[in-house]
Design a protein around this ligand. Sequence first.
Ligand code: ZN
Length: 83
Amino acid sequence: MAKSKYSNDTLLENCLVELGLETLDDWFDLGVSENGPLDSVHFGACHKCAAVSYRCEPDMRNGWCEECNSGSVEAMGSLAGVC
Ligand SMILES: [Zn+2]
C-alpha cells in the first residue's frame, strides 16, 4: 500500500467521531473484537483523504473511497491492529 498521508491514529480518530465515541476503548466496549454488534458495520478511513467509509470488512486494507476514488480505505480493526 502507498504510504499514508495520515497516521493510523488520525484515521481512527475520524472514525470514532463518526461513531460518536471518544476513545478506542469505547469502541472495544461495544464488543467489536468478538463479533459484537458492530461486526457488520465496521467503519474505515481513507489514507489519502481521511474520509470515513461505512460497512467495511473488519480487516479491509484497500477498500474503495468514494471521496477520492481510490482503493485507500483501511478498516478500523486493521488500523487499530486488532484484525
Ligand atoms: Zn479518499
